[in-house]
Ligand binder design. Sequence first.
Ligand code: SF4
Length: 377
Amino acid sequence: MPDIEFNKQTDFTAPDFRETAGLVYGSDVVQVENVLQKDRLSIRDLGVLLSPAAAQRLPAMAARAAELTALRFGRAIQLYTPLYLSSFCTNNCRYCGFAVGNQIERRVLSLDEAEREALLLAERGFSHLLLVAGEAPARMGVDYLEVLTGRLRGRFASISIEIQPLSEEDYRRLFRAGITSVAVYQETYDRDTYQKVHQAGPKADMTYRLATPARAAGAGMREVGLGALLGLADWRLEGIALGMHLAWLRTHYWQTALTVSFPRLRPAAGNFEPMVRVGEDDLAQLLFALRIFDHDVGLLLSTREEARFRNGMLGLAPTRYSAGSCTAPGGYSNPDQQGEQFAIDDQRTIEEVSRDIRARGFDPVRKDWDAVFQEVV
Ligand code: SF4
């Protein structure tokens, strides 16, 4: 397969996993050593770092990733927490507790309830708020978010969303309201797997979802987050696809900051079993490879992972940690709230996470941006 050259006129298209497999599975340790000496990596080089051969050089990859992370991000670890607004969803993703076919207790927070939850998080010291909801626009759409953001924007340094994909015009409306970043995870870039696990609802349209980060960036969002849910398809090939998507976005939307998240499948209602195994070593290799490939990308490590692993990864590649998270709407005011999206592993409070970060010589940062920097057009 020739190295990737992007056509500026076309939308991003997901790579064919059968073709990109050749970039990963033919590499040897000598190639890995050579790539680790380079400053700028091609997609082919990224494939080398995602190879089974590179797993034998994990300590060298960790050292290179740590060096680049320190150069670009210093010792700062940004903390954020999700605020779940609604557990209603019109999709039936097989791996998710909110899937429409699951019998769970569902709710959508009223504007007053959502504001109360948000202010509780502000009292706990969070300045960056991530608003999350299942994809049910009739229950929780742009009008709701516009009003809620208007109520909250003076209280938080930044407000992000992780909701259903929207049109560019709707993203523009929300940007004007005060939302500055959008996360929309592709879940898997492998078309066959995508179709198997997204058989109903609007999410079955893979092409529309794939173009969503570009619509958000086109609307002026300061930051856009990508992600692949690990456990659905070959994680090495998801890594190649993520690298290609990042590179495409950097070519077209160089003003937009980018982040990547690598959620590993967790237990959820529906009892979906991962289709492939992704171990901690695999996740670490993926994080190191992406950091060495793209020095500027923000890398997220959420409370899906154990505290032990998250502590061990400090300073190596991730730059952003969630903390004190609850995945059920209303769960901060009511710790007994049922109906979570998935079970979290790291149950530490924000104070405990901050203490552990400091103990390892890093700075937990609860605020690194302010809404006054935002130029609304
Ligand atoms: S992953 Fe998102 S879209 Fe799919 S069922 Fe869960 S909340 Fe809905």
